[in-house]
Design a protein around this ligand. Structure first.
Ligand code: NI
Length: 251
């Protein structure tokens, strides 16, 4: 069965039919879902979902684009809730230089603080890194952390560097896009033992649903594409990536 290692079911895109959709997941072959917080509100909602549904787990953290809301009081709250039984990771955290705001120094400061938190509470990290490959590596090197580089968008050489540091590579809908030559090369070049499947839903829907609202049932298109690229079976992809996600989140 499939583990969706990264989803955002707290998003308002699921307001109308969240419960129906989530109730249908297990009949669609989805075993577990990690709902990832992108800010304090989303972290709180992720915990609530993990308490409501036995197959949902939570990650808590603040995305680089939302770091201006952080302060020591909110860091203390994150630390407190990270001890809950179904909180399995700190994330998503990292650096996003695609957008000019917040200032890079602010992003770096809170990325480092949240890496310290992960180390303190002994949880894996979910890293969001966009147009910031080098700074991300330099900060990660300061911590003996493991986790996942989510929605991986860099080169195959950089992927090897992250894998050497103990990270998994998160692969989602982008791998099915016609123009995703770079990510396809990454998937061909790294071992299956380093890949975890993710939706990042409601975003990043794979072909043939590109542009629509994504959900965990569509993750099979990602697994099919990885099988095709690596010349192995769909079942092998599902089995190994499930093991990878279990090992990473200690499920
Ligand atoms: Ni995300």
């Amino acid at each position: 069965m499939i583990i969706d290692s990264h989803a955002h079911y707290d998003d308002e895109a699921f307001e109308e039919d969240r419960d129906n959709l989530l109730q249908s997941m297990q009949s669609n072959g989805i075993e577990k879902i990690i709902n990832v917080g992108a800010n304090i509100k989303g972290s709180r909602a992720s915990i609530a979902l993990s308490e409501q549904y036995p197959f949902i787990y939570a990650a808590v953290g603040v995305h680089p684009s939302d770091t201006e809301e952080l302060n020591e009081e909110k860091m203390a709250w994150l630390k407190e809730v990270s001890k809950k039984e179904k909180v399995v990771a700190i994330g998503e955290i990292g650096l996003d230089y695609y957008w000019p705001e917040p200032d890079r120094e602010i992003q770096k400061k809170w990325f480092i603080r949240q890496m310290e938190l992960a180390q303190e509470v002994n949880l894996p990290v979910i890293i969001h890194s966009r147009d910031a490959a080098q700074d991300t590596v330099e900060i990660l090197k300061q911590f003996p952390a493991n986790g996942v580089i989510h929605c991986y968008s860099y080169s195959k050489e950089m992927a090897q560097e992250y894998i050497k540091m103990g990270f998994y590579i998160g692969v989602g809908g982008v791998v099915t896009f016609k123009n995703a030559k770079k990510l396809k090369e990454v998937v061909e070049n790294i071992p299956l033992t380093s890949i975890v499947l993710e939706t990042d839903c409601p975003y990043m829907a794979p072909e043939p649903n590109r542009g629509k609202r994504n959900n965990s049932a569509y993750i099979r298109y990602v697994a099919e594409k990885i099988a095709e690229l690596k010349g192995i079976t769909y079942e092998e992809v599902v089995e190994q990536t499930e093991k990878n996600a279990r090992d990473m989140y200690r499920l």
